[in-house]
Design a protein around this ligand. Sequence first.
Ligand code: CA
Length: 234
Amino acid sequence: MVRVLVVEDDPGIRAALLRSLTSAGHAVSSQPTGMAGLTEAVDERPDVVVLDLGLPDVDGLTVLSMLRAVSQVPVVVATARDDEREIVKALDLGADDYLVKPFGGDQLEARIRAVLRRAGHDAPPAPIVVGGLVVTPTSREVTLDGIPIELSRKEFDLLHLLAQRVGEVVTKREILTEVWRQAYGGGDRTVDVHLSWLRRKLGETAADPVYLHSVRGVGVRLVDPSAGPAGPVA
Ligand code: CA
């Protein structure tokens, strides 16, 4: 999900942008002033900023130059006047694209897609290959030696996490945080149960591991069995 920050003082335009961006599937937040927008852009690190140039407190161009001093977040500026000098200035200050008001939601959406693509956001994550195991994040599919494996949502998330960190021991706490969004307390049993289901689906056991190697009291690591012995675990 793309996180969009809208900095716009006009409540009507702001509401319309929130509606269209939300219905396009983005996580949208908004600020009505330049300083509040700048603060949120720095603190919350959105994926893209839609910045109105005519703001009540600080000029949008000033907000843009302050933002550019600390962040490379893609910025689409929105200007009320078709003023070429203002647009050129915004682009010189590091705006990635611009829109002249009034503009429609589709047009904004196209600009956002374009700047994200240029920023490399749109590049779909590549499948992760570990030996005979292929984990494809975009389609959430897994194959083992070319044969599709049906995984539950959590099993997939767990395997994907381990595959992203192949060869590393991932602790149960990290797993709980990343897969179950649960930072503290308990849950080890949940991880163990899902690991055992995952093992069964991969056709292995804890006693006779192939891909999934438990490290007692610490966590688990995914290894490429074709890469030779996993080696000692510190
Ligand atoms: Ca305005």
